[in-house]
Design a protein around this ligand. Structure first.
Ligand code: SAM
Length: 248
């Protein structure tokens, strides 16, 4: 957890509480189907932010633990959990790379739209492997980059211009490889796209105006193959989404 990450995320809780791409999304239903929770189980949600995934998982398990290093986001999660009358969730301030839990504590782990911000995602996935019990399920939902190198560079540069704490959207093979190298078997995959409206997307992360201008210029000046790959139009563009189910 860098100071930059904390500075970036702490004031953003309100915007993420209201963000339609975070509050809703087909990927949440897919994640729950992949996790297939049982009522007596214990779940961990990494990079829980203001708790959109945590609250959904909590309704299906005995206890749900949300972990995030940013106090401001956890404050937002407290608001959301209270509003939704969730009483079986616990919030812990911690980076995913150093989880303060014993081996084999959890039956399920989830991580949605957060791993592309992790400073050391391989270390975080090894930590998930450590704290999940044998046979436990890890469901990862995140953006992915196309296999084409120029398209990969485009989307990661665009995301990094919008948000300096962006680390990397991996290709699907990259996400799968990271899970496998951490000891998981990847058993299921589901792909989708979400159309993003550029201006609310920039406003949500409070991108400084000079960077916002560069991001708009990247979208306006994109070559035809990039326009086609990301469905770029005057209002926005598509983010490519993948949900992966892995077992320990
Ligand atoms: C887009 S939000 C997460 C959204 C949330 N999972 C949901 O379903 O709505 C990204 C979160 O990643 C968190 N984050 C950044 N670096 C992290 C790290 N190293 N470990 C865990 N979380 C991290 C940020 O604090 C932020 O709350």
């Amino acid at each position: 957890m860098t100071d930059e990450t904390r500075r970036q995320w702490s004031p953003l809780a309100q915007a993420y509480l209201e963000s339609p791409t975070h509050a809703r999304g087909e990927d949440l239903d897919t994640m729950l189907a992949f996790a297939d929770p049982i009522a007596h189980e214990i779940a961990l949600d990494l990079g829980c932010g203001v708790g959109h995934t945590l609250r959904r998982v909590a309704t299906r398990v005995r206890l749900a633990v949300g972990v995030d290093p940013t106090p401001g986001m956890l404050e937002g999660a407290r608001t959301l959990l209270a509003r939704e009358s969730v009483t079986n969730a616990v919030l812990v301030t911690s980076p995913a790379e150093a989880l303060p839990f014993l081996e084999s504590t959890f039956d399920i782990a989830t991580c949605r739209l957060a791993a592309h911000h992790f400073a050391d995602v391989a270390k975080a996935f090894r930590e998930v492997h450590r704290v999940l019990r044998p046979g436990g399920r890890f469901v990862l939902s995140d953006n992915y980059a196309p296999d084409d190198e120029a398209l990969d560079r485009f989307i990661n540069t665009l995301e990094g211009t919008r948000d300096r704490t962006h680390v990397r959207e991996h290709t699907i093979a990259g996400w799968r490889g990271l899970l496998e190298q951490s000891g998981f078997d990847v058993t299921d995959e589901s792909r989708g796209t979400v159309h993003i409206e550029t201006e609310p997307w920039l406003a949500r992360s409070r991108t400084p105006e000079a960077d916002a201008r560069r991001a708009r210029e990247m979208l306006r000046g994109a070559p035809k193959p990039t326009i086609d790959a990301f469905g770029i139009d005057e209002r926005g563009f598509d983010l490519l989404k993948v949900v992966l189910r892995a077992t320990r």
